[in-house]
Design a protein around this ligand. Structure first.
Ligand code: OGA
Ligand code: MN
Length: 195
């Protein structure tokens, strides 16, 4: 796994983000997608908000995805497997980079056609505990024209195609944007947090 981890960490140190395609197998992605779809069909998702506490608002003109948080003690085997893999990665990150990550939080996200998430940072005002953002794309197919690309803004701007199974890992303070999706776009999105 060390090679996969380094494919995420080294580019992050160099330019703020890294991405890798082979961390999870096609079977694992399909299993996560199936859990997502079951929960989505059971109406367990809710419209995502922006900001924390009193700033929390629902503004579809800024953010259009629907989300469902994963419980840390989920009884579902593939979710446990996913969280275990993330924890192994966190151990590696803390060991090799003294990153000081203490916990993580993940939610499923579904962008229906026509939805997007305007340019934003994942750190809340006066709260920088979200150190790193991680996204794993779960839809079955993605082709140019399906939209929903992730744009990461920095000294240079980068456009990342949300290919199935791809993981993107970036510093949560970096501004980024999800372009309007033309097809149903699914992901597991989360944050590695310090205290
Ligand atoms: C987010 C986000 C990026 C993506 O949920 O905060 O920016 O590619 N997601 O889904
Ligand atoms: Mn974001």
């Amino acid at each position: 796994m060390q090679q996969v981890y380094e494919q995420l960490i080294q580019p992050l140190l160099d330019k703020g983000f890294g991405s890798v395609d082979g961390w999870f197998s096609g079977e694992e992605i399909a299993a996560l997608r199936q859990v997502l779809l079951e929960r989505y069909q059971k109406d367990e998702f809710h419209q995502a908000g922006i900001g924390q506490h009193y700033q929390y608002q629902r503004k579809k003109r800024i953010r259009g995805d629907q989300i469902k948080w994963i419980a840390a003690n989920s009884p579902i085997a593939i979710e446990q497997h996913f969280l275990k893999q993330v924890n192994d990665f966190i151990d590696y990150l803390n060991r090799t980079c003294f990153a000081g990550i203490r916990n993580s939080e993940f939610h499923y996200a579904v962008y229906e056609p026509g939805t997007f998430y305007k340019r934003h940072s994942d750190q809340f005002n006066r709260d920088d505990r979200r150190r790193f953002s991680m996204v794993l794309y779960l839809h079955e197919n993605w082709n140019p024209g399906d939209g929903g690309e992730l744009i990461i803004y920095g000294q240079e701007n980068h456009c990342i195609e949300p290919l199935p199974g791809r993981i993107v890992f970036f510093s949560s303070e970096l501004e980024h944007e999800v372009l309007r999706s033309e097809s149903q776009r699914m992901s597991l999105t989360g944050w590695l947090r310090s205290n």
